[in-house]
Design a protein around this ligand. Structure first.
Ligand code: FMN
Length: 173
């Protein structure tokens, strides 16, 4: 798919076909995530792949019972390795760059998935402690996003955007 088509047609998908995503494809998606830029190339990201019904149930519960999470074939917990973030850039690395780095990786993952006919949803509403417990995370890591993935049950249209003219500022705000 053309990059511009991939960007312009991508849409959040919350309902999935039962078809499995192979581990090779999951690895390809994580590889695409790791091609994202990161501050000083610190690559302070970690990804936990959850496929078991119990694991997905725990994540749905951590995400305030967003039940589509449980019905998704795969959930990726995208985490920041804060030790690595701080080592490179101190407090700014830990509190800001880590979020930007992992977010760039997540968007890469979603676009790479879309290119392969796989849909996903970026889930940000969750209890960090509950996600930590669910996937047994070390203390120096922070869960930043849950990404559900699966072959779409149907293909939703791309959602509306505000006109570019409303958000662009030339030279000064
Ligand atoms: C930081 C962030 C947090 C989000 N959290 C949730 C969420 O908790 N649950 C959900 O169903 N969708 C969530 N979404 C998906 C958005 O609702 C969706 O991206 C938005 O409505 C635009 O739709 P589109 O992705 O189809 O363009 C989140 C997206 C982002 C970027």
């Amino acid at each position: 798919m053309e990059t511009s088509d991939c960007i312009n047609t991508r849409a959040t998908v919350r309902e999935y076909d039962t078809k499995e995503i192979s581990d090779d494809i999951i690895k390809d998606l994580i590889a695409a995530a790791t091609r994202a830029p990161s501050s000083g190339n610190v690559q302070d990201w970690e990804f936990v792949i959850v496929k078991t019904p119990e694991g997905k149930k725990a994540l749905a519960s951590a995400a305030f019972e967003q039940s589509f999470i449980e019905r998704s074939p795969v959930v990726v917990v995208a985490c920041a390795n804060l030790e690595a973030s701080a080592r490179a850039y101190g407090e700014r690395g830990k509190s800001l760059y880590s979020i930007q780095n992992v977010s760039a990786a997540v968007e890469n993952m979603l676009l790479a998935a879309w290119d392969k006919g796989i849909g996903g949803c970026w889930v940000g509403a969750f209890s960090e402690d509950a996600v930590r417990d669910a996937v047994v995370m070390p203390t120096e890591t922070r869960p930043l996003a849950l990404i559900t993935l699966g072959y779409p049950a149907n293909r939703p249209p791309a959602s509306r955007r505000e006109p570019v003219e409303d958000v662009i500022h030339w030279e000064t705000f």
